[in-house]
Write a protein of this length. Structure first.
Length: 344
């Protein structure tokens, strides 16, 4: 791409939308050209905060705007297909927040449109930009903790006081495992590979006025005989966490996205005081940057300008949704299911 500064429109002025706007403003190769939200009050706040000239309530006003090079879609999951389709077909590049969609039919349609238009579609799986998780993956990939044999991650996030209460999150088609648990699923896929089968269980005991189960636990079979577990609760009585533990034959990593350090246990590096290293962890400092959308936007902009492939491709986004959907199905019928992945 010849131009070195992209005009970007952000669709959605929620807290996450505002974070994305900040990420665009902080990128030297991007210009926050327009913002959009159906809530006029939120829209005007965003317009004033970032001194944006163009602020519209209907995203369709931006679809055919020739000055828009790319859009970031930070809207309810149910709208991702509709908006992504419109902008890709209009020649825009798209960064669509997770989950890619709520079912495989919509994911596959988004993949088809991206392939047909040739414009970039990146899925915002932000855990891949979280400093602690990046460090953990680098340690695993280095072989420092040996071969993985068990991995687990949790998405514990009480939705009762979260943004979206009584609105877009509280709908029958949006399982919390797909909408929120996709974070933990994508993280383990990124580190351990694509699971081949799932056995899941769920219950509904905390948020009884919500239409979907608020607790799900899933056991996965990963490549190389690795076992995995994902726990999702949107009714838990605790603070938000994505605590993740990676067990290897020569060590263990304990990390999350809200702590200033990760814990590393190894067999190969005895401590100075003579203690056994795999029973006393090394505490490795790490920056706290939960929901690091700035890094996500940097990757998106860089890939467009330099003509690179999408940092998190439609296939990656759809594969995570495939795992999540089969997990929900497994919990519903009480049986182990094979996981079928889309072909791109």
């Amino acid at each position: 791409m010849e131009k070195n500064k992209l005009n970007i429109a952000v669709i959605g002025s929620s807290a996450m939308g505002i974070s994305h706007m900040k990420g665009v403003v902080n990128n030297k190769n991007a210009n926050l050209y327009a913002v959009c939200d159906i809530d006029n009050e939120a829209l005007n706040e965003a317009k004033t905060k970032y001194n944006v000239d163009i602020a519209v309530q209907d995203y369709k006003e931006l679809v055919n705007d020739k000055n828009v090079d790319a859009v970031i879609i930070v809207t309810p999951d149910q709208l991702h297909l509709e908006m992504t389709k419109a902008f890709l077909e209009a020649g825009k590049h798209v960064l669509c927040e997770k989950p890619m969609a709520l079912n495989m039919m919509e994911c596959e349609e988004m993949m088809r449109i991206q392939h047909q238009t040739g414009n970039m579609l990146m899925i915002g799986q932000v855990c891949r930009c979280t400093p602690a998780f990046i460090m953990a993956k680098e340690i695993v990939d280095s072989g420092r903790i040996g071969d993985l044999f068990f991995v687990e991650s949790e998405y514990a996030h009480n939705y009762e006081n979260a943004e979206g209460k009584n609105s877009w999150r509280k709908t029958p088609e949006r399982s919390s495992f797909i909408g929120g648990g996709c974070h933990a699923v994508d993280l383990l896929r990124w580190i351990a590979g694509d699971p081949t089968e799932v056995t899941a269980y769920s219950n509904h005991k905390c948020m009884l006025d919500w239409p979907t189960d608020d607790c799900v636990i899933a056991i996965y079979k990963f490549p190389n005989n690795v076992i995995g577990k994902v726990f999702v609760s949107t009714g838990c009585r605790r603070d938000y966490t994505m605590r993740t533990v990676l067990y290897g034959t020569r060590g263990t990593i304990i990390c999350d996205n809200t702590s200033p350090e990760i814990y590393l246990y190894t067999m190969d590096e005895p401590l100075a005081d003579g203690k056994i290293s795999y029973t006393h962890p090394q505490k490795l400092p790490v920056n706290i940057n939960n929901h690091n959308v700035g890094a996500e936007i940097d990757q998106f902009v860089d890939a467009i300008i330099n003509g690179n492939t999408s940092p998190v491709s439609p296939l990656e986004g759809a594969s995570t949704v495939a795992v999540c959907c089969r997990t929900v199905e497994s919990a519903a019928i009480g049986s182990t299911l094979k996981i079928n992945y889309p072909v791109y």
